[in-house]
Design a protein around this ligand. Sequence first.
Ligand code: PMP
Length: 395
Amino acid sequence: DLRSWQREVRAQFPIFSGQPDPASPEPAYLDSAATAQKPLAVLDAVRTYLTTTNANAGRGTYTWANRTTDLVEHTRDRVKEFLGDAYPERSTVHFTGGTTEGLRTIARDWLPAFLSDGDEIVVPVADHQANILPWLETQQALARQGVHVRVRPMPYQAGSGDYDHIALAELAGPRTRFVAATHVHHVYGGDMNPHRIRRAVGPDAVICLDAAQSVGHLPVSVADLDVDFVVFSGHKALALPGTGAVWSRQARGPAFAPGGWSGTPNTAGIASLAAALDWLDATGLDRIERWTVALAARLTEGLRHLDAYEILGCPLSLAADSTVQRRQGIVTFRHRAIDSGDLGFILFSHGFMVRSDSHCQGSAGEKTDSVRVSLHAYNTREEIDRLLSVLHGLQ
Ligand code: PMP
């Protein structure tokens, strides 16, 4: 069953297998939306690469350099396969240091060539700032050249944090050429439903998906999602810090081809990304999703019975009905009387590592600070139950 599978999964993360300090509370890592822990397979792949093959890529006349070039090319193919890309000969994968850099690269290197005077772009103003600021900067840079692009703020449904797809359909017109969107919201935890975004904006607009909280957490298939860019952070998908990628369909607009082989790529990070994707596929993204969704549901159910707490966004813990927003493994809440910074501090005194601030959310989102619990396959039911019992004690 899922629980014995989970025990085996957790055992593969060395960070959880250290000797517990009897004087300290048991540590519980609940901040995977910031960055994820690494399975042994990923650490081993990095060590093997650095101790057998380390060289620069793309310019070699000797074996290590050629193997490193092959590793980079293999990982590009691996990313396409992992994302269910049915036309890998058309698409491209560009490696980055994370989602922020990926979005920024599209905004700087690709978007200006795509837009013309009078075009409109949709910007998700209550999502992560990394998915807001680069688009506004592009608009400003174009304006200085006399190209005027109108920014349309993405409409949201009050309360849930979900997009208002009906209002989006109403605002989208023939000049709406680029839509920046998020796959899973990093504060509200809701699946923002890319299918409904595509239906709302029509077949011609480019959709750029910030998949920082979905890739590595649930199956993401570009064959299924009609989006043009998928941007993610390798480090949130169990690879090393300083990793990420942009997948580009190359179907609408000019080619996305930043950089090429100019500059030294993060080869050890790329080795870690290939190993992380292998590990995720072998472990099963469907099971990882089921586990983290179930833990998040357990936490929201528990919190709902504690009057002192208010859960932000996505009101439903589990939604069988596909028209209702589904919560992934992120639950954000606040105490009606205790400041969230203080609550985070109290929770850490019980061993819980959570995020407690305003989570880099754009200014159109709710501004009050809150505590975010974000989960991955290594988290346990016991951690959630222990957290709920501490939260209960603070009522
Ligand atoms: N977008 C979203 C939705 C995120 O959750 C994050 C990370 N918090 C980012 C972008 C930025 O990712 P990175 O720090 O890897 O650049």
